[in-house]
Design a protein around this ligand. Structure first.
Ligand code: FE2
Ligand code: FE2
Length: 188
């Protein structure tokens, strides 16, 4: 079940950026930091690319499809998680638009971006927890070695979430880590 380890890694990488984003918003709200549009742009790019292009499609097309066939009682849970994926992609699109507005209009447009960003962080954190607590245990119990071979092959193609299948996220992830202030990153 290499796929389970890869899914945990992808969840951890995503959760780290989500927590760092929440931390930045808290620090900005408390007046200890001023918003850095460049860093926020990298973070929105990461939380758009990794879930919407890498992680959720593999869940939808392979893990959820096979689990639906093998474990019919998982259908309600899978419906909810797939609806979250659709809503998540819509939400990241709105975040990109709100950040672009803040970049062009400045100050007053930050509040709308912040509200959307906090909503996304909360929703995606709940989504990851639900998959970890309910979906993965059902998959572990209900799927065969043959099923796992197919799922493992699909997720192994993702490589790791810090670099991506062809290294395309490596520079992005390290920019985020280098710019986010301690204790979440290495920035000043
Ligand atoms: Fe998911
Ligand atoms: Fe997931």
């Amino acid at each position: 079940m290499k796929a389970i380890d890869i899914i945990h890694s992808e969840h951890r990488a995503l959760a780290a950026v989500l927590q760092a984003l929440r931390f930045l918003l808290d620090e900005i709200g408390a007046g200890r930091l001023t918003p850095d549009p460049e860093l926020l742009g990298y973070m929105i790019e990461y939380i758009t690319q990794v879930p919407d292009k890498l992680h959720h499609p593999k869940e939808d097309e392979v893990l959820f499809r096979i689990l639906r066939e093998r474990v019919p009682e998982a259908a309600g849970l899978i419906d909810k998680l797939q609806a979250d994926h659709v809503e998540g992609a819509r939400h990241t699109g709105q975040l990109e638009t709100a950040l672009a507005r803040y970049r062009s209009e400045g100050g007053p447009a930050f509040a709308a971006f912040e509200t959307l960003a906090r909503g996304y962080v909360d929703a995606m954190t709940r989504h990851i927890r639900l998959e970890e607590a309910e979906l993965l245990p059902l998959a572990r119990k209900g799927l065969s070695a043959t099923d796992w071979a197919e799922i493992d092959a699909a997720f192994e193609a993702n490589r790791d979430p810090w670099s991506g299948p062809t290294g395309e996220y490596r520079a992005l992830y390290s920019r985020i880590v280098n710019l986010v202030p301690a204790p979440y990153g290495l920035g000043g």
